[in-house]
Write a protein that binds this ligand. Structure first.
Ligand SMILES: O=C(CO)COP(=O)(O)O
Length: 261
């Protein structure tokens, strides 16, 4: 079976309920009908701020075509953890999954691999999909140790997670930190090499079935570079930041992901 392709917009700390609804409407209205009616070639996700999640229910599955993602998820189901939102609470407002381990959370909120592993486990146990983000900073890229770094992040972020839980719900996103919001994209060659390395590691750890999961690229993805990145091999779609805030740019990327051979 072909791996699922994904195009997911990470809206970060942008938009309010009204503007989020407007953007969701523009995206859904602009989706090519064949993506909605035929065998779906790319699943489409959006990750608005927590307080706009429930407002997007009319555009998200099952009512609409979008999959809804939180930008974070607590490491525990519930309890005395001020400010946290657990997987059950996300699912309760119609959320399908959560982005976990984004570099902005690792950097600004000091989330380490151990915490991320607990979040991944909690979210999967709670029935959510998980988009697990990994990626190296510029210094590590320049030192040439980027592949080992990313594999160690991946290995630590999945420590203790039973692969039985993955099913089709674990997606990996490779997002080199130096490419996020900078306009610098990894070359198709570099992205392809990292994605292949990740796939090889997944196969070594979990066998062919465990490795058969989508690996997305993120970092300054735009309509102009999406086709080249899709052609790199082992790239199953994108986690899009800035360009996902413009419906037309996001829709172009969706089309390129769906049409890539
Ligand atoms: O962080 C990202 C997606 O999660 C990428 O952001 P940009 O597309 O703005 O570089």
């Amino acid at each position: 079976m072909a791996r699922v392709r994904w195009t997911i917009g990470n809206w970060k700390q942008n938009l309010f309920r009204g503007t989020a609804e407007l953007l969701a409407t523009e995206i859904v209205d602009g989706l090519p009908p064949e993506l909605l009616e035929g065998p779906v070639r790319t699943k489409i996700g959006v990750a608005p701020t927590m307080v706009a999640l429930d407002a997007l229910a009319p555009w998200s599955r099952p009512a609409g075509p979008l999959y809804l993602f939180g930008q974070n998820c607590a490491a525990q189901e519930e309890g005395a953890f001020t400010g946290e939102v657990g997987p059950g609470q996300l699912a309760d407002v119609g959320v399908h999954g959560a982005i976990i381990g984004h570099s902005e959370r690792r950097t600004h909120f000091h989330e380490d691999d151990a915490l991320i592993a607990r979040k991944v486990l909690c979210a999967l146990q709670g029935g959510l999909r998980v988009v697990l983000c990994v990626g190296e900073g510029l210094e590590i890229r320049e030192s040439g140790n980027h592949e080992n770094f990313v594999i160690s992040q991946l290995s630590a972020s999945l420590a203790g997670v039973d692969p039985e839980l993955f099913q089709d719900r674990l997606v990996i996103a490779y997002e080199p930190v130096w490419a996020i919001g900078t306009g610098k994209t990894a070359s198709a060659r570099d992205a392809g090499a990292m994605h292949r390395r990740i796939r090889t590691w997944l196969t070594e750890q979990y066998g062919a079935t465990g490795a058969d999961r989508s690996i997305l690229y993120g970092g300054s993805v735009k309509p102009g570079n999406a086709a080249g990145l899709m052609a790199a091999g082992d790239v199953d779609g994108f986690l899009v930041g800035g360009a996902s805030l413009e419906a037309e740019a996001f829709l172009q990327i969706v089309r390129l992901v769906a049409e890539a051979s």
